[in-house]
Design a protein around this ligand. Structure first.
Ligand SMILES: [Fe+2]
Ligand SMILES: [Fe+2]
Length: 264
């Protein structure tokens, strides 16, 4: 089975890039199942409205994962249980939304898990390891072997240790949140595909992780409480990984990075 995982979709430009580019990638790479991180897809880059979710599904996502910005759009609470949307399961125990789910892909059961790291991230959640353990056991206990984990975290070391902790029990552990694609993709010894960060979807080269120059400059260089504004114009790109998984064992065979400019 070929799985596509797309990095954080940022603002309107990110949703546009996805709309114009995702179906081409899915067709070319013969993708069976597609996960998209949508935590920054709202207009202001924080959270995801119901409309943004609809846009992302219409562009070709099967499941949407979130991250630390999950509470950015209050609407999340209204659609969280109706749509195939996940939020970090170790974040806000009693709040709406799910941290993992099972779907069927042409007869093969598949699990998706969304977790947030705890190092240098706000708001911090409960133990990512305890949540991962519980979610993986629930899915594997129900016979699911193809399992994808989105670890939304800042620290490279925290993502790697979670991947090593789950190696052999899940098909892939992919990092999100930093918006910078890393070149360390590999399949670990136990058969778990890993990358520290998938990257971002939207205007990347001309922006600061999706935001325009002004606000970020004012905060860092001048120490002002400046507002960050998503950059709307520039070169749209999609950052993603393609993972080949053996459907029977759930082990990953290959992982390949994609970083490409979207042309209409
Ligand atoms: Fe993000
Ligand atoms: Fe994030």
């Amino acid at each position: 089975m070929r799985i596509l995982f797309v990095g954080d979709v940022f603002g309107e430009a990110g949703r546009d890039a996805l709309f114009h580019g995702l179906y081409k990638i899915k067709k070319r790479e013969k993708i069976d199942f597609c996960v998209v991180n949508g935590e920054n897809s709202a207009k202001n880059g924080r959270g995801m409205s119901g409309r943004d979710a609809r846009d992302i599904f219409e562009s070709g996502a099967d499941v949407i994962t979130m991250g630390n910005h999950v509470w950015g759009c209050p609407e999340f609470e209204e659609y969280a249980d109706r749509l195939s949307v996940l939020r970090p399961g170790n974040l806000g125990k009693n709040r709406p939304g799910r941290g993992f789910m099972r779907v069927d892909v042409a007869g093969t059961p598949l699990g998706v898990i969304n977790i947030e790291g705890r190092a240098f991230i706000d708001p911090p959640g409960d133990s990512p390891f305890e949540f991962a353990e519980a979610a993986v056991e629930a899915l594997r206990g129900a016979g699911v072997r193809v399992i994808l984990v989105d670890i939304h975290a800042e620290a490279t070391s925290e993502k790697k240790i979670l991947a090593m902790f789950l190696d052999g029990r899940v098909s892939a552990v992919v990092g999100t949140h930093t918006h910078v694609q890393t070149a360390d993709e590999c399949v670990l010894d136990g058969g778990t595909a890993f990358i520290t960060d998938v990257g971002m979807t939207g205007i990347s080269r001309e922006s600061v992780l999706g935001m325009g120059f002004k606000g970020v400059y004012e905060r860092y260089a001048l120490g002002r409480q400046a507002r960050f504004e998503p950059l709307k114009a520039g070169t749209p790109e999609i950052d993603a990984v393609v993972i080949d998984v053996d459907e029977v064992t759930g082990k990953a065979l290959t992982i390949k990075r994609i970083k490409e400019t979207v042309t209409e």
